[in-house]
Design a protein around this ligand. Structure first.
Ligand SMILES: Cc1cc2nc3c(=O)[nH]c(=O)nc-3n(C[C@H](O)[C@H](O)[C@H](O)COP(=O)(O)OP(=O)(O)OC[C@H]3O[C@@H](n4cnc5c(N)ncnc54)[C@H](O)[C@@H]3O)c2cc1C
Length: 449
């Protein structure tokens, strides 16, 4: 590509979270890349949503060394940086679940090095539209700027959940718990119902406890599954190399066999899951739309609870809260929620156990990011979909991309030079949210460039 284009390729990256930051760092190292403009509407460069967390109890959900570095050649880059930068007195980074802010600090430090090279222009601005222009694109921004570039990377990350079906929006229902100050109005004696039991829901429960909420907190999800505990990593002595990749049932059977086989050798189930994860993107791409839908319907929440795990002390805290009747977890779904003078009256249909009526001051929607981009209330996403420059991804998830992360337009054509990275590509690759997966995606694109 560089020989066809002797002029360095200019790059616009939309989104300055972990994905956009890693993109800037990785692309800046490539020969043939010219100026890079990195846009973030919130100015959260190097941090984005996950790594802007400020509190020490907002922890990375894997041991630090598993976060990797920034390139292909520094697999323990983050752990090395922790040791070299004032965290030396810290614990062993092969087992430590450090605060998420530390990973944000690490990315910011790497970004500062690229910025010092003079080719990176970081702007606090929102991209509103991307249009084709000659060999490249024009990005229109909220401030009225037009950025012309040959390559555009959409790294727009996680979008807040849509309003929760069945819950009438009220001042006491919080649909975006990630918004700054969202939990501030909750009082210490208020009762709170958290809808969702995944990583975001756990983060919120721990936040509420640290904020001094004394009342019992109720968590509700269809299966009532909290993320499972993580353990000190154990190398897989016998990884499965070939998976029966046509049906979800076949995969589940094989994974169970592997877990049983490893258990007999004294290897924890977590190791089997981690080995399987190396293949999930490839296997997802091989499944039919029907099989993917089957997975989403029956297995998704079980998979997520085993795949996104908890630092052991966070798991211990949740257990302690449950034992002390400060937290209860209900498997069921909200069938009705009406507003009352003090909050809400909620009817739950419990899994296999009839209905339950509850009064709660607050309802918090922690069901995770909106994955269907046709429902995402964002001007850039909506303008891209309306123009036909992009289309929804497989099974309606994210945006459609080809195997090289190039966005596919409504007519089914890959858009040269227009890429999406990270959560927006989950329909095609599924396993694209963890920092390590995002880096892998970017290294693949960099290699192709
Ligand atoms: C609460 C939480 C905890 C997590 N914990 C971990 C963990 O411990 N380990 C792990 O590996 N992964 C974790 N993840 C996964 C996480 O999603 C990824 O690691 C990563 O943060 C995703 O980065 P991103 O840049 O794609 O998205 P985001 O962090 O969402 O960043 C996207 C950025 O793009 C900006 N943006 C969006 N649209 C526009 C626009 N039109 N114009 C300009 N800017 C725009 C946004 O303002 C935002 O700053 C966690 C995720 C969440 C939500």
């Amino acid at each position: 590509m560089t020989s066809q284009h002797p002029t360095p390729l200019s790059v616009a990256i939309i989104g300055g979270g972990a994905a956009g930051t890693l993109a800037a760092i990785i692309l800046a190292k490539l020969p043939g890349i010219g100026g890079i403009t990195l846009l973030d509407r919130d100015g959260r460069f190097g941090r984005g949503l996950a790594y802007s967390a400020t509190q020490p109890w907002h922890r990375i959900n894997v041991p630090a060394y598993k976060m990797g570095g920034v390139g292909a050649d520094d697999p323990e880059g983050f752990a090395d940086w922790l040791a070299a930068n004032g965290h030396a007195a810290g614990p062993d980074y092969s087992t430590a679940f450090v605060p998420r802010a530390a990973y944000g600090d690490f990315l910011c430090a790497q970004l500062a090095e690229v910025s010092a090279g003079g080719r990176l222009d970081m702007r606090v601005d929102a991209a509103l539209a991307v249009e084709k222009h000659g060999d490249g694109y024009r990005v229109a921004t909220a401030s009225g700027d037009i950025i012309e570039s040959r390559l555009v990377f959409l790294c727009i990350g996680n979008h807040p959940p849509s309003d929760f079906a069945g819950v009438v929006p009220s001042p006491r229902s919080i649909s975006n718990v990630w918004a700054t100050g969202a939990l501030d109005p909750i009082g210490a004696d208020d009762s709170v119902m958290v809808i969702g039991t995944g990583a975001t829901a756990v983060d919120v429960v721990i936040d509420l406890v640290h904020r001094g909420v004394r009342h019992e907190i109720t968590m509700v999800s269809r299966r009532g599954l909290l993320p499972r505990i993580d353990v000190v990593p154990v190398a897989d002595p016998d990884p499965v190399k070939s998976w029966p990749g046509k049906t979800v049932r076949g995969l589940l059977q094989r994974l169970r066999e592997d877990i049983r086989h490893k258990a007999a050798l004294g290897i924890p189930w977590q190791t089997a899951i981690d080995s399987f994860r190396l293949y999930t993107s490839e296997l997802w791409q091989g499944l039919s739309a029907t099989e993917r839908a089957r997975f989403s319907r029956h297995l998704r929440s079980i998979w997520l609870a085993h795949r996104h795990r908890l630092a052991p002390d966070v798991a211990a805290l949740l257990e302690q809260l449950q034992r002390g009747q400060r937290l209860r977890v209900i498997a069921g779904r909200v069938t009705a929620a009406t507003t009352t003078a003090t909050g809400h009256h909620v009817t739950l249909r419990r899994r296999g156990r009839g209905t339950l009526d509850l009064a709660t001051h607050w309802i918090l929607n922690c069901t995770g990011p909106e994955e269907r981009y046709d429902k995402v209330d964002d001007p850039l996403v909506q303008s891209l979909l309306a123009s036909g420059r992009v289309r929804p991804g497989p099974n309606g998830l994210g945006l459609d991309v080809d195997s090289g992360c190039r966005l596919i337009d409504r007519a089914g054509h890959s858009q040269p030079g227009l890429f999406a990275i990270g959560p927006a590509t989950r329909g095609t690759f599924w396993e694209v949210t963890a920092a390590s997966n995002i880096r892998k995606q970017l290294l693949g694109v960099a290699e192709a460039l």
